[in-house]
Design a protein around this ligand. Structure first.
Ligand SMILES: *Cc1c(COP(=O)(O)O)cnc(C)c1O
Length: 425
């Protein structure tokens, strides 16, 4: 790599970074290369990665099987458009996703980002009612603590506080963002809402774990309740599995772990193991049937330039191969046990209000707020890359992380929780 002084300092004057106040942002850490669960810094240090590049890197970095698949596809045919042309990686991946997802989710629409996969799910839901009943249903129900993306339509279904509703008021559609149906009153309130407003097309949820909202977890019963209420009201149920998909919860999909099948499912993030952008929206046979007719107006009106990107789909297929023998899912279940026991001491700390573990996700929620940038830097000084969300310090490691590396991550979190925030800021 070139001397970081050449590209870093110059680039920092021109790059516009995500969610960042560029003026006060501490300088990002320049990374020279990656391997497994390690980030190698340009200055020679190395970090154990607890985040996995926004939760995508489930197989670890530079996994040879994925790199080979990318190289082979790159040499043959990096991409051709799906309009009028066909290529094997996308068709094969669609077939495989239909096979491995629960229920009869059987039609797959490819996009390049999770937000767009959610937008497509919303368009499918709206058009479903227009095509089947000729009615206009354009409203969505989603949940407090939820996150579904950063585009205008997906922002409207994010948690209004954690999302950016206040900044974009007037530009966002008004949706119902309500409490999860956990108590009897909450269930009744949702039931009433769904039966009262006939403009509601679908209910959308991140099943089992609300990721960006702070790794909040709920019981499978919530999803069973949603399935029942949606069926009763004739409303579609959308699972946004962009974070939970591909083994994260200890089953291939959270839907499978909960035993509940949605009408529409969104996938992204780990689908390519973090190598290339790719996302997908899956529809059940029932939903798809509403689009399958002689009427051109019944067709799904969406078509990203890079839909079904061949290189991305080839990598995704190689990623699915890694799941084939079942050992990866076993490994996640083992990780769940290791994370649970390693973080158990946090439960007894006064500074900690909650410890949550599911599959390859662990979250330690602290009682008091802390300066987040100082905390991020503290973790780097501990040889780890850990990025707290609000008061929650979490891990979403690669499934194959070594015991030693995992111990470094959990050890850093315990030390952080115990040391006390005042010593850090
Ligand atoms: C990350 C995420 C998204 C958005 O995906 P992008 O690829 O960042 O657009 C949507 N939903 C959930 C649950 C996510 O975790």
């Amino acid at each position: 790599m070139a001397d970081p002084k050449d590209w870093f300092t110059a680039g920092l004057e021109h790059i516009w970074l995500p969610y960042a106040q560029m003026r006060t942002l501490p300088a990002p850490v320049a990374i020279a290369r990656t391997e497994g669960s390690r980030l190698y810094l340009a200055d020679g240090r190395e970090l154990v990665d607890g985040v996995g590049s926004w939760w995508t890197s489930i197989h670890g970095y530079n996994r040879p099987e994925l790199l080979d698949a990318a190289r082979d596809q790159m040499a043959k045919m990096p991409h051709i458009m799906l309009g009028g042309l066909a290529h094997e990686p996308a068709y094969r991946l669609a077939t495989r996703l239909a096979e491995i997802t629960p229920g009869d989710l059987s039609r797959v629409f490819f996009t390049e980002s999770g937000s767009v996969a959610v937008e497509v799910a919303m368009k499918i839901a709206i058009q479903y009612f227009r095509n089947t009943a000729g009615v206009t249903r354009t409203k969505f129900v989603s949940f407090l603590g939820g996150y579904h993306g950063d585009t205008l339509a997906t922002m409207s279904v994010c948690d209004p506080d954690e999302g950016m509703h206040h900044m974009f008021r007037g530009a966002l559609a008004e949706q119902y963002v309500v409490a999860l149906p956990e108590t009897r009153d909450q269930i009744r309130a949702l039931e009433t809402l769904l039966s009262t407003d006939k403009k509601i097309a679908a209910v959308m949820i991140e099943p089992l774990i609300q990721g960006a909202g702070g790794m909040r977890m709920h019981s499978p019963q919530v999803l069973k309740t949603l399935r029942r209420l949606c069926d009763q009201a004739g409303v579609l149920l959308i699972f946004d599995e962009i974070f939970t998909g591909f083994g994260r919860t200890g089953e291939m999909f959270a839907a499978a772990r909960a035993g509940v099948t949605p009408d529409i499912m969104c996938l992204g993030k780990a689908i390519t193991g973090g190598i290339t952008p790719l996302a997908a929206t899956l529809a059940s046979s029932k939903v798809y049937a509403a689009f399958h007719s002689e009427n051109p107006d019944h067709a799904l009106m969406h078509g990203p330039t890079y839909t079904g990107h061949a290189l991305a789909c080839a990598v995704a297929n190689a990623g699915l191969d890694l799941f084939a023998d079942g050992s990866l899912i076993k490994r996640v279940k083992k990780l769940e046990a290791s994370l649970t026991s390693a973080l158990a001491p946090a439960k007894d700390m006064d500074s900690v209000v909650d410890v949550r573990v599911l599959g390859a996700v662990a979250a330690v929620e602290l009682a008091d707020p802390f300066p987040i940038e100082a905390a991020r830097k503290w973790f780097i000084d501990e040889g780890t890359f850990i990025r707290p969300l609000g008061r929650t310090v979490y891990l979403s490691p690669a499934y194959g992380i070594s015991d030693d590396d995992l111990a470094r991550l959990t050890g850093a979190i315990l030390k952080f929780a115990k040391t006390g925030i005042s010593d850090i800021g």
